[in-house]
Design a protein around this ligand. Structure first.
Ligand code: FES
Length: 206
């Protein structure tokens, strides 16, 4: 697998590694694509909502360590609002690219950062708890990456229908029967949606 020099640099000597004792906020997330985990800790200046310190611990692969290293660099010194806008694509670009099959590692790092920011915002009553609805399901599906091209299945228009009624999520995915990633994509969609306690049943048609 071809990695850029920047990925290798951040993997070999990652920045901001470790744990913050008594953090103002933190999050741990796992990737349904591979089962790896990353934790992110924040120290935030309450008057300005600027991220003063940020650290991560990764139990993921080289790409995940490199992405967590670069996004913690990118987020440090930014306000929570600015840091929340960092996308997994920007993180991958800042590393001079990632192999398509490794894009989900960048998604995991950015998702964890956003969850840590949300943790702070909820604790300090800066935002209302997100209401569960169809849009939230679509947002979650944007974290499922089609490994052949390194893009998410919503942007690729592989998701043809999303419904949510009486606790049942109904998803229609367009993916040919001969596609070798078919079963993995379906499994990953299920794992992403199983995280929501509001979803009692998942019906996927392909
Ligand atoms: Fe799991 Fe990269 S393969 S985070």
């Amino acid at each position: 697998m071809q990695y850029s020099q920047k990925v290798l640099d951040h993997f070999m000597k990652p920045h901001n590694v470790g744990k913050i004792e008594n953090p103002d906020a933190m999050a741990t997330e796992g990737s349904p694509a591979c089962g790896d985990q990353v934790s992110i800790y924040l120290k935030v200046k309450p008057e300005t909502l600027v991220i003063e310190d940020i650290k991560f611990q990764s139990y993921g692969c080289a790409s995940n360590i490199a992405t967590a290293s670069i996004i913690t660099d990118m987020a440090k010194g930014k306000t929570l609002e600015q840091a929340n806008k960092i996308t997994w694509k920007e993180a991958a670009e800042a590393l001079d690219g990632l192999p398509p099959v490794k894009m989900h590692c960048s998604v995991l790092a950015v998702d964890t950062l956003r969850k840590a920011i949300y943790d702070y915002e909820i604790k300090h009553n800066l935002v209302e708890k997100k209401k569960f609805n169809k849009e939230l399901i679509i947002e979650e599906l944007k974290k499922v990456i089609y490994p052949k091209v390194g893009e998410d299945i919503v942007t690729l228009k592989m998701v043809k229908y999303v419904g949510f009624e009486n606790g049942v999520a109904t998803i229609d995915i367009d993916i040919p029967s001969f596609d070798t990633h078919r079963d993995n994509i379906v499994e990953e969609v299920k794992e992403h949606l199983q995280r929501f306690k509001e979803i009692k049943d998942i019906k996927i048609t392909i």
